[in-house]
Design a binder for this molecule. Structure first.
Ligand code: NAD
Length: 485
């Protein structure tokens, strides 16, 4: 059993409940963690709140050095962390190495930005006044994280929150808490007790306490739109600061000028990375009508060449899904599409070659339309539904015909089409030609039902800073605008 980390102590759940953590490639239990109780959540909030009283006055330079120290410790233990991440999350090890590198990079980026965070001086409205804006930490930040990128999505919150002077309670996913607990032990252990806490437990046991407690002024949540909506409704009671990174249904438009072979590989990467369990996975593909058959045929050939297996096997391109429920959802979307007239060109089933593990074959679907779940709801699995379009106007309309607006991709070297795409498509991130790349300095987040947050970049730091305007008057005179009139 791996205990959870609250106030610098390693503790079990107050009522002794535990959660099993599985290896999705073998369906075996790797370890167990405490199923935190509502009382444990309160304990974490109290600890983080007490720690904040000191932490908020630690200088930005010291906070920056501590974040850099965390980055160094991560680097020193890189292989061990990445192996554990691969075991509990399931994706291919190279993808977890990437996640590790990006986690270190994010620590490093916010260590730098922490020292540059600043307010501003304003021209005063009164001759005798000096006006300025300062930025302050909120206090305790609840950082609620999903399973698919347990470290990256955690650090996108925790690094800026700490840099800004907040204390944090990390609530990892029940599927992937082990790596986060390991980080508490070997990467965050130099932070004062209570500054970084890891509260494990089912979302429905500890979630409401974190969201409703008056001493948690800011909630940074990444996860499904359904849970995000619940959190938003509860948090509204206290008008809390809420950063929601939610689901997606990203379109990928292939323009008529695109090279088919390269476009196929770009789409396969964007759709199948982490077995399609990326919030910005390509989930809808639009190709020009005249290119449809060639594109689909080449996609089938390419997808069949990919090797499924456990993430730790060096030959693995794609791992299993994280839990059986996620696989059932993918199978449900494929069944719904087939029922409504779609054709499965390859995949569409659980691969026969594995006796265990939550694998699902990468699946290429054609004859799809927007009445199908696979084109409307988030699938979060290895599916590539391909739909044809006649004009670029139609492609843009189809891309925007979604409740979601997280990311969008276009492949084109026609500048006029690219410009139309990034101006007209409703998405928080637009990739032209190279999908799913990140940049620490640039904000990431969604439009529409994909949420309201922006993580990374200066916006990511701003999310954890309260703004205060100070009016400072230097005259001792009674003002002529005071009473009596
Ligand atoms: P999820 O919504 O099931 O869980 C996310 C986190 O919320 C987990 O830690 C979970 O334990 C917790 N939780 C569950 N119930 C809660 C409650 N009532 N109150 C508070 N917390 C609660 O999501 P998931 O299945 O782990 O992850 C997949 C989802 O995350 C997908 O929808 C995906 O698009 C989304 N996602 C979004 C982004 C983004 O940046 N927009 C990035 C990655 C994943």
């Amino acid at each position: 059993m791996k205990p959870m980390y609250i106030n610098g102590q390693w503790i079990t759940s107050s009522d002794g409940e535990t959660i099993d953590v599985y290896n999705p490639a073998t369906e075996e239990v790797i370890d167990t963690v405490p199923n935190g109780s509502p009382e444990d959540a309160v304990k974490a909030i109290e600890a983080a709140n007490v720690a904040f009283e000191e932490w908020r006055w630690v200088t930005a330079l010291e906070r920056s050095e501590m974040l850099q120290e965390a980055a160094r410790k991560f680097r020193d233990n890189f292989d061990e962390i990445v192996d554990l991440l691969t075991l509990e999350e399931g994706k291919a090890r190279p993808e977890n190495e990437e996640e590790g590198e990006w986690t270190i990079g994010t620590l490093d980026y916010y260590a730098g930005l922490a020292r540059n965070s600043r307010g501003r001086v304003l021209p005063p409205a009164e001759r005798s006044q000096f006006n300025f804006v300062i930025k302050e930490p909120y206090g305790v930040a609840a950082c609620i994280v999903p399973f698919n990128y347990p470290l990256l999505l955690m650090i996108w919150k925790v690094a800026p929150a700490l840099a800004a002077g907040n204390t944090v309670i990390i609530k990892p996913s029940d599927h992937t808490p082990l790596t986060t607990l390991r980080l508490a032990k070997i990467v965050f252990d130099h932070f004062p007790p209570g500054v970084v806490n890891v509260l494990t437990g089912r979302g429905d046991r500890v979630g409401d306490v974190l969201v409703e407690h008056p001493d948690v002024p800011v909630i940074a949540f990444t996860g499904s739109t359904a849970i995000g909506q619940r959190i938003a409704a509860l948090a509204a009671k206290r008008v809390k600061r809420l950063h929601l990174e939610l689901g997606g249904k990203d379109p990928f438009v292939i323009a008529p000028d695109a090279d088919v072979e390269t476009a196929v590989e770009a789409v396969a990467y964007a759709a199948l990375l982490n077995a399609g369990q990326v919030c910005t996975s390509t989930e809808r593909v639009y190709v020009p009508q005249e290119m449809g058959d060639t594109f689909a045929g080449a996609m089938v050939d390419f997808v069949r060449s990919l090797r499924l297996g456990p993430g730790l096997e060096p030959t693995t391109d794609m791992g299993p899904l994280a839990a059986p429920g996620y696989r059932d959802k993918v199978a449900g979307h494929v069944a719904d599409a087939v029922e409504k007239g779609a054709k499965v060109l390859t995949g569409g089933k659980i691969p026969a070659k594995f006796e265990r593990g939550w694998y699902y074959e990468p699946t290429v679907l054609v004859n799809v339309n927007h009445s199908m779940k696979c084109m409307r709801e988030e699938t979060f699995g290895p599916t590539i539904p391909i739909m044809t379009y006649r004009t670029f106007d139609e492609a843009i309309k189809l891309a925007n015909d979604s409740d979601y607006g997280l990311g969008a991709v276009v492949r084109t070297n026609d500048a006029r089409l690219a410009k139309r795409f990034f101006e007209e498509v409703q998405a928080g991130t637009v990739w032209i030609n190279d999908p799913l790349t990140d940049n620490y300095a640039g904000p990431f987040g969604g439009m529409k039902m994909s949420g309201n947050a922006r993580e990374l970049g200066e916006e990511g730091l701003e999310s954890f800073l309260e703004t205060k305007h100070v009016h400072w008057d230097f005259s001792d005179e009674v003002k002529d605008y005071w009473y009596p009139y």
